[in-house]
Ligand binder design. Structure first.
Ligand code: NDP
Length: 254
């Protein structure tokens, strides 16, 4: 089921990591709402970015813009976003969705994997949001949504760095919400449980069965279900909600 939010029409919304999975479902969903969808892509992915732009326009986006940057490359990201904002005006919706997981038991964890996970999932989101914050001050109805995870709340074996990065996003969300609420800039976090994407496809059958047995609704979630929640948080329908952490997990946390 999809709900239409009129204020998302022509709203400039940046989604990181929209080439696949939850980010792509969200980008398409926002395109259907008529948003101006902005997404990042990495070097070598130009063809994928062009076809995503075409898909978004076909789905109904007022405009669709791909911007080349890697979220772990702060100077590249900042320059690309500054250029976009100076040419197009402020972005008023941001979804910090790009993320990676490099699962390993603590004794086998590699320092470079820990750094890469924290840099992508946490530092990348913070630096991106900081890069846009000056322009937010001149804009109206700004909403930032950080895609955290239930494992950031409850922990998970073999996901120490990933869980830490996702828990960090919750601290970032609450601090940012407090700091910028007086400017009517909102910031919330969404904590998905297990959602059917490349990330969960990578789990072996035994792990999938184990997780499934812990989910009261007895299924993995669908990307569209996460997109519905994020669209609500981006729209004015959620105008009195900030600093909130919302689980969407089929009940796994109960
Ligand atoms: P996917 O693995 O399907 O997609 C990840 C996306 O992030 C891709 O578009 C990828 O781009 C992008 N990305 C990764 N690293 C970078 C980087 N350095 N710079 C720019 N973009 C990057 O992930 P999901 O859709 O499964 O997950 C999306 C978000 O939701 C993540 O933050 C994840 O942690 C979170 N989440 C997912 C859950 C799930 O069950 N799937 C559960 C809870 C949270 P590229 O195509 O270039 O690799």
């Amino acid at each position: 089921m999809k709900v239409k939010y009129d204020d998302l029409n022509a709203k400039k919304i940046l989604i990181t990591g929209a080439t696949r999975g939850i980010g792509k479902a969200l980008a398409l969903s926002l395109a259907e709402q008529g948003a101006h969808v902005i997404f990042n892509y990495r070097e070598g992915k130009e063809d994928a970015a062009n076809s995503l732009r075409d898909e978004l326009k076909a789905a109904g986006a007022t405009e669709a813009t791909g911007i080349l940057f890697d979220i772990t490359n702060t100077p590249q990201m900042k320059e690309a976003l500054d250029k976009f904002v100076s040419e197009n005006g402020p972005i008023t919706g941001v979804v910090n969705n790009a993320g990676i997981s490099k699962d390993q038991i603590v004794l086998r964890m590699k320092e470079e994997d820990v750094s890469q996970t924290i840099d992508t999932n946490l530092k990348g989101a913070i630096m991106l949001t900081q890069s846009l914050s000056r322009s937010f001050l001149k804009a109206e109805d700004v909403s930032v949504v950080n895609i955290s995870s239930v494992v950031g709340l409850m922990g998970n074996p073999s996901q120490i760095a990933y869980s830490a990065s996702k828990a960090g996003l919750i601290g970032f969300t609450k601090s940012y919400a407090k700091e910028l609420a007086s400017r009517n800039i909102r910031c919330n976090a969404v904590c998905p449980g297990f959602i059917q994407t490349d990330m969960t496809d990578a789990l072996n059958d035994k792990a999938k069965e184990l997780y499934m047995s812990q989910i009261p609704l007895n299924r993995f979630g669908d990307c569209q279900e996460v997109a519905n929640l994020v669209s609500f948080l981006l729209s004015k329908a959620s105008s009195y909600i900030t600093g909130e952490v919302i689980k969407i997990d089929g009940g796994i946390y109960i």
